[in-house]
Design a protein around this ligand. Structure first.
Ligand code: AMP
Ligand code: ZN
Length: 464
């Protein structure tokens, strides 16, 4: 079945139409100057869901993600300081050390969330010569100009500028940027290459002087390097729509003379206590802080799956608790199906699979896809057929359901102190000291957990 995605450019559902059955896919990656919080992780989870949807529907994929390790200013509209330089001064490390440290952490979290690794992950600093060539092409084609401060894109040369965000040259946002460089011809013009001040750390030689690239040119260049002049799907956070992606479109057109991206999709934010979860607001949680509180990364993944990417999702601990409980229930039901003796009519299995596919194909509707999975698990008698079907669904869901084992002691989401008590209890039970065993059970109980005994001194712990 064909994949349809909501295209922010045409403002309707468009069908993905790859050449040779391979979907060229670009997603704007992290700026590696600080910890990535679970809001950022929602973005990468959505990136992964679209990737998995493409594959589930039978296409091949060529997926590129950049790493921004230079040129992203503290404001997306080229103002303020370079985020990498700020971090470098803050932590007394080189920008390279900063980038490596925070990228390694980000990648670890992505793996823990079972986010598949894109075919190409490319740091901006690894493609400086390509960026310089791209800028040169923009200049040669008459879409750029040089000032004392660097090289700028002339937005008046691109008639469709503002189409993605629905703005025009007179809009407020564009006007707000007028003071940045008096030599700018139009308020919306944006920087392609910045001439570095003497104390700037990250800088490279270029035909226009020693400096560094703007943030927007990095994504156009990396997309062009790995995917060429045709990109089927380009995604990113909703805040990228008005500036960053508008600028990418303009740059691509200036170089190639035609539109490069077919479908632009944007995900809405993870919210916390009424606002966007963001580093600047300080209202953030990281994945490791949730793990310390006793949640597993897959609890968070199930929580993410339960909302559509095009809607903001509100983060609360009670919602995360529900996801955690659901995951435990899911695993239990799955095991019952695994050991089930019934057989299910082929037509029923086919119709469940068809519904699942339809939901994915319809703008990657993960909440409805999840509902089909629950329907399969709950309404049919225990059967290996359902077990196999749900494992197939998991190619999209990514909940590592194939790793759920019969003999599991369900402790992976439980705080360390509870597991220690449970292990102590297991040892006293082996010694047949049931009096102490009961005391320990009560203690676990009073801390909010229930321990259930399984054969061979194994146990299962669930939250009350
Ligand atoms: P950054 O490292 O700031 O460039 O962000 C990496 C990705 O996370 C971008 O695609 C952002 O749009 C996205 N992002 C940042 N904050 C949130 C949030 N609260 N919810 C969802 N995505 C976010
Ligand atoms: Zn980008």
């Amino acid at each position: 079945m064909e994949l349809k995605l909501y295209n922010s450019l045409t403002k309707k559902l468009d069908t993905v139409k790859p050449l040779n059955n391979t979907v060229n896919y670009y997603f704007c990656g992290p700026t590696v100057y600080w910890y990535q919080h679970i809001g950022n992780m929602r973005a990468f989870f959505v990136m992964d869901s679209v990737r998995r949807a493409v594959k589930y529907l039978g296409y091949n994929i060529n997926h590129v993600m950049n790493i921004t390790d230079v040129g992203h200013m503290t404001s997306d509209a080229d103002e303020g300081e370079d985020k990498m330089e700020v971090a470098s001064k803050r932590e007394h490390k080189t920008p390279e050390e900063i980038a490596k440290f925070y990228w390694d952490l980000c990648y670890k979290d992505m793996k823990a969330l079972n986010i598949e690794t894109p075919e190409h992950i490319c740091p901006a600093t690894s493609v400086i010569p390509e960026i310089i060539n791209f800028i040169q092409d923009i200049l040669d084609n008459g879409y750029g100009y040089i000032t004392e401060k660097g090289v700028y894109y002339d937005t008046s040369k691109y008639p469709n500028y503002g189409r993605l965000s629905g703005m025009n040259q007179n809009d407020k946002l564009f006007g707000a940027r007028i003071d940045v460089d008096e030599e700018k011809r139009n308020p919306a013009d944006f920087v392609l290459w910045v001439i570095a001040k003497d104390n700037h750390i990250q800088k490279w030689a270029s035909p226009w002087g020693v400096g560094y690239p703007g943030w927007h040119i990095e994504c156009s260049t990396i997309g062009n390097k790995f995917l060429g002049e045709h990109i089927d799907i380009h995604g990113g956070g909703i805040e990228h729509k008005t500036v960053h992606h508008e600028n990418e479109i303009a740059q691509n057109y200036a170089k190639c003379g035609h539109e490069v991206v077919d479908i632009w999709f944007h995900l809405e934010h993870l919210m916390f206590e009424g606002g966007k979860m963001s580093k600047s607001k300080g209202n953030i949680y990281t994945l490791s802080s949730l793990i310390e509180k006793g949640y597993s990364p897959l609890d968070l993944r199930l929580f993410f799956l339960s909302a559509h990417y095009s809607k903001p999702q509100n983060f609360t601990f009670s919602a995360l608790d529900s996801a955690k409980e659901s995951l435990n229930n899911l695993k239990k039901l799955l095991l019952k199906h695994k050991n089930g003796e019934n057989s299910i009519k082929k037509d029923d299995i086919l119709s469940l699979k068809q519904k699942f596919i339809e939901n994915i194909a319809d703008n990657v509707n993960s909440p409805l896809a999840l509902a089909v999975m629950w329907d399969a698990l709950k309404t049919y008698p225990f059967s290996k057929d359902i077990y196999e079907l749900v494992l197939d669904f998991d190619k999209f869901l990514g909940l590592r359901l194939d790793e759920v084992k019969d003999e599991i002691t369900l402790t992976n989401n439980v705080p360390k102190e509870i597991i220690e008590l449970a292990e102590e209890r297991k040892n006293v039970r082996i010694k047949k000291d049931y009096a102490t065993s009961d005391i320990l059970r009560d203690k676990i109980n009073s801390l909010g957990y229930i321990i259930l005994d399984r054969p061979n001194n194994e146990y299962e712990i669930t939250k009350k």
